[in-house]
Ligand binder design. Structure first.
Ligand code: NI
Length: 431
């Protein structure tokens, strides 16, 4: 159905100042931008009255959506203890239906906080694809591969063949990390990615010990490892975290297909540190923003990540001029979409996908905003509670506190049931 946004302000990462006018959505895309556009016959007209703003939908650059089922487990434990005693035993009991309902829960949470696309790495990814496509949320999926099991690699390639390019979905191959996948396996996965034309998504240098692990095992620096493994191929490459990426090797990443997915909340909550994000930006390496899984965040709120990212690097570098609101806005929208392999997502342009967040500016904390400073107001004063609606490819995912086309209580019930079931299964396996 066509939707006309009448008299809205709107801004994206490439616009210097907010514009005011009408935006027509037709066939899932932004069909027209202009003034006094005619109302679409049989369509919907939403009136902004100059008190509401449209921005591109946010892209969660790195997450494990179904981990919402593990939220709150083992809070504030040392990382290895948290993983070994609280997370992995529960994950071992995950069934396809848990992944499906966990993702449905995550999709609700993300839609309510303005996310229209998420880059997900987990397993049983057909369930994730089903959950996202049934709700109409865009996603970039990768089957997390650990060990050298060719069957899992094949699963990743099969997922690509089944879903890539279908229902707003892209698929990448997902070798989990250099410490869970051998260099030889990494090379063969990358060769396969090149052969089928897939991008790649992996964890890189999240923990402080990882660079020395790579050095000891392979005699390589992180940059040399990426080269040796062929990880920066022709498709988009998402490097999640890069907390311990050596700044001296950042120039080698510039001009490649790599996007660093920066996950400030998760990295801080797990005590991992923080990525040299400003150095990546200064070096011309694109950054996206991610939440990581809800077990280590515990929110799936990209708006929160924007604010935290802008504050964190100013504080860490003792410099209020770095990591600007404009920088984080670009990371959360256009750069994230590009890392997911979408070339017409992340800007408000005619012909681009209608992935939109509708924001209420008629609130006390927006007093004083203008067309030049609106992005600063969003990042520093605003929050996802200002969101009136979230639309992906022209379809409302969230509107005025509700999720159109979804039985809220039924979904909440299923997600709750899956969580309880998972915890019961884990308890039964305890010695
Ligand atoms: Ni992760």
């Amino acid at each position: 159905m066509a939707v006309l946004f009448r008299d809205f302000y709107y801004i994206d990462a490439e616009m210097g100042r907010a514009a005011r006018g009408d935006l027509l959505v037709e066939g899932g895309r932004i069909a027209r931008l202009g003034k006094d556009l005619p109302e679409p016959p049989g369509g919907e007209t939403v009136r902004g009255e100059g008190k509401a703003l449209l921005v591109p939908g946010f892209v969660n650059g790195h997450t494990h959506a179904a981990m919402v089922l593990l939220r709150g487990l083992g809070e504030e434990l040392p990382v290895m203890e948290w993983l070994q005693e609280r997370i992995w035993p529960v994950e071992a009991g995950l069934l396809p239906e848990h992944i499906y309902w966990g993702t449905r829960g995550a999709v609700m949470e993300m839609a309510a906080t303005g996310t229209t696309c998420f880059c997900d790495m987990y397993f049983e990814m057909d369930e994730v694809a089903r959950a996202a496509s049934e709700r109409g949320m865009r996603c970039c999926l990768s089957r997390g591969l650990t060990g050298d099991d060719p069957a899992k690699v094949q699963e990743g390639a099969d997922l690509f063949r089944r879903w890539h390019g279908r229902d707003h979905i892209t698929v990448q191959l997902g070798p989990h990390a250099p410490y869970t996948v051998s260099l030889e396996a990494m090379k063969s996965i990358m060769a396969l990615a090149e052969e089928i034309g897939a991008g790649v998504h992996f964890h890189f240098l999240e923990a402080e010990w990882e660079p020395s692990f790579i050095k000891e095992k392979y005699g390589l620096s992180p940059g040399a490892y990426l080269e040796e493994a062929g990880l920066l191929g022709s498709g988009p490459a998402i490097l999640a975290h890069c907390v311990w990426f050596p700044p001296s090797e950042i120039p080698g990443l510039a001009g490649t297909t790599a996007t660093v997915a920066h996950n400030p909340s998760s990295n801080m909550k797990l005590g991992s540190g923080h990525a040299p994000a400003q150095a990546f930006l200064d070096g011309g390496v694109p950054l996206s923003l991610g939440t990581d899984g809800a077990a280590s965040n515990n929110r799936l709120d990209l708006w929160e990540e924007m604010r935290l990212c802008a504050l964190l690097h100013k504080g860490a570098l003792k410099d209020p001029t770095v990591m600007t609101a404009r920088d984080v806005f670009r990371m959360a929208t256009l750069s994230g979409a590009a890392s997911a392999g979408f070339s017409d997502v992340g800007l408000l342009r005619e012909g681009w996908q209608a992935d939109l967040v509708m924001i209420d500016l008629d609130r006390p904390h927006y007093i004083g905003w203008d067309r030049e400073n609106i992005v600063d107001f969003l990042v520093y004063a605003g929050s996802s509670s200002d969101i009136l609606g979230t639309m992906c490819a022209g379809k409302w995912l969230y509107r005025d506190g509700e999720f159109p086309g979804q039985d809220h209580d039924a979904v909440m019930g299923e997600v709750t049931r899956c969580r309880e079931d998972l915890l019961r299964r884990a308890a039964r396996r305890q010695p």
